[in-house]
Design a protein around this ligand. Structure first.
Ligand SMILES: [Cu+2]
Length: 120
């Protein structure tokens, strides 16, 4: 009796999931398409930029959010742009007006590397 009920509940659950599936997928796509924030999180005890490479379109802005407990920066390796110090829990942004692949690092932690890929 109990097993039988569980089986029925599972079937009902799967049925609902299948019905909900396409709707959920559609709203997810819509969310991505209208997304205006491009966020790189600084995370972990080993301080990593996540995602390590972010792709945006020319004219868009990247925001770095510091989720760690120490200060960081996002500073272009060849010196054109720099977010300045981003304290723990804070964020900083940079708008990219040129197409290209921009490598950056953190001036406090030379091992921290990331890339911003700007396309047309
Ligand atoms: Cu750092």
């Amino acid at each position: 009796m109990h097993l039988r009920f569980t089986g029925f509940a599972l079937a009902a659950f799967l049925g609902v999931s299948l019905l909900a599936g396409p709707v959920a997928a559609k709203s997810l796509v819509g969310h991505t398409a209208t997304k205006s924030a491009h966020v790189v999180k600084i995370v972990g005890s080993n301080f990593t930029f996540s995602p390590k490479t972010i792709t945006i379109k020319k004219g868009q802005t990247v925001t770095w959010v510091n989720k760690t407990t120490v200060a960081h920066t996002a500073t272009q390796l060849k010196g054109k742009w720099n977010t300045g110090t981003i304290n723990p829990g804070k964020k900083a942004s940079h708008k990219f007006t040129k197409v290209g692949l921009f490598k950056y690092h953190c001036i406090f932690h030379a091992f921290m590397h990331g890339k911003v890929k700007v396309v047309k």
